[in-house]
Design a protein around this ligand. Structure first.
Ligand SMILES: Nc1ncnc2c1ncn2[C@@H]1O[C@H](COP(=O)(O)OP(=O)(O)OP(=O)(O)O)[C@@H](O)[C@H]1O
Ligand SMILES: [Mg+2]
Length: 401
């Protein structure tokens, strides 16, 4: 299927196969009357998908309504969706049609469907199953022919486990699941999107478009983008207005990326092997933490060889998960920095000794950074290339005064 015209028509930028797949499924499912559930992180670009479905359906000349379920107060949502009769509740001076009545023959996009109250979920399931609904305050069932497309950025399986979302409704909505990938899983699109937003902003403010140095681009591609495309667009707009220089370097860009530590998480959290853009200091830290993890693995081996006798000074485990959950690891979750030993080989204890001093080195680096910045943790953390939160934790952990 040629999805290029669709992408063009809806202004979708990017060449990622994951995003293309989502667009393709939307176009394919359009002509059917199946319900679809669009999932994806906030700001990833879900909103365009139901429009594609509608435009590719026989309903395309009928109405299309988008309702943000999360933005309507719990007390009025039933009335908004299904309408109400006069006198149905205090303040209901007139009867009113709901979306299921107005959108008859068309498509209804239920955004943030995970936010629907349970009682509304029951009504929604009924209309999906039977094509019938009842206005609030009425006892008469009415027929409607509405195609429902829903979207959510919450984990629905978790919501089901917590009993905040009905399982039966989930399966009914999820007849066709469409996943919009987070931006960090389509890093090649970042530059394309940047250029598009830079161009748009330049036209809007009548300036020259921003461009990125190679280093800044690498930083962008390695960043986690928790707010996805929306966050990227906002940052481009901010920089475009605030920065005088049209060429943005990594130092400038860094000021606009809220939490630098998330960039490291992204490095490991992504499935892609591209965009490994972190600066040298961050790499050193990564190296140190990885070595420490290896050290723990090694200690466990030594302990096993020494008949299970515990070794002194257990080093804390678990930082690496925070930094880069899956970064360049072997399947066992360790990084091959230290030579591997087979079970029957003797372990060279000098390596253990050497590695143990890593903890000291880390403490020393932290102390030095704190002294240099006169105990200003924010600046020290910046210098060390770690988040302030992590620095705080480490200070406590090591008991650094
Ligand atoms: N591939 C893309 N090309 C161009 N613009 C995009 C793309 N993806 C997203 N955008 C833009 O990014 C912004 C955020 O996208 P959208 O509103 O669809 O996010 P969302 O997934 O619905 O997020 P939320 O769950 O917070 O509602 C929009 O302005 C949208 O136009
Ligand atoms: Mg949205």
């Amino acid at each position: 299927m040629n999805i290029q015209p669709i992408k063009q028509r809806f202004g979708i930028i990017g060449t990622s196969p994951l995003l293309d797949r989502a667009v393709e499924i939307a176009a394919q499912v359009g002509p059917t009357d199946l319900s679809a559930l669009i999932t994806g992180e906030s700001g990833s670009g879900k909103e365009v998908i139901p429009k594609i479905i509608h435009a590719n359906s026989a309903r395309k000349h009928q109405s299309y309504f988008a309702v943000n379920c999360g933005a309507i107060p719990e007390g009025t949502i039933d009335s908004e969706l299904f309408g109400h009769e006069k006198g149905a509740f205090t303040g209901a001076h007139d009867s009113r049609k709901g979306y299921f009545e107005t959108a008859d023959g068309g498509t209804l996009f239920l955004d943030e469907v995970g936010e629907l109250p349970l009682t509304t979920q029951v009504r929604l399931l009924r209309v999906l199953e039977t094509g019938e609904f009842i206005r609030v305050g009425s006892s008469k069932a009415q027929k409607t022919n509405v195609r429902v497309v829903a979207a959510t950025n919450v984990n629905m399986l978790e919501a089901i486990a917590k009993h905040t979302f009905r399982e039966d409704l989930y399966y009914r909505l999820n007849t066709v699941p469409i996943t919009v990938p987070p931006l960090r899983e389509r890093r090649k699109d970042i530059h394309l999107l940047f250029r598009k937003f830079a161009q748009d902003t330049a036209e809007k403010y009548r300036t020259q478009p921003l461009i990125l140095t190679d280093e800044a681009l690498a930083l962008m591609e390695g960043y986690r983008w928790p707010g996805n495309v929306r966050q990227l667009r906002n940052i481009v707009e901010q920089m475009s207005v605030i920065e005088k220089e049209r060429e943005v370097d990594a130092k400038t860009l860094r000021q606009y990326l809220p939490d630098q530590s998330t960039a490291l998480v992204a490095l490991g959290g992504s499935n892609e092997k591209e965009g490994n853009a972190i600066n040298e200091r961050e790499l050193i830290f990564k190296f140190l933490f990885d070595m420490k993890s290896d050290l723990n693995a090694l200690k466990a081996q030594v302990q096993a060889l020494s008949g299970g006798q515990p070794l002194p000074t257990a080093l804390p485990v678990g930082y690496r998960e925070e930094y880069y959950p899956t970064a360049s690891r072997s399947p066992q979750g360790t990084v091959s920095i230290l030579p591997k030993h087979s079970d029957d080989e003797d372990v060279d204890h000098t390596e253990v000794e050497e590695s143990l001093s890593l903890e000291e080195k880390e403490k020393e680096m932290i102390r030095k950074a704190l002294t240099k910045h006169r105990n200003k943790r924010k600046n020290a953390a910046e210098e060390l290339g770690i988040s302030e939160r992590t620095l705080y934790r480490k200070i406590k952990e090591y008991g650094i005064p």
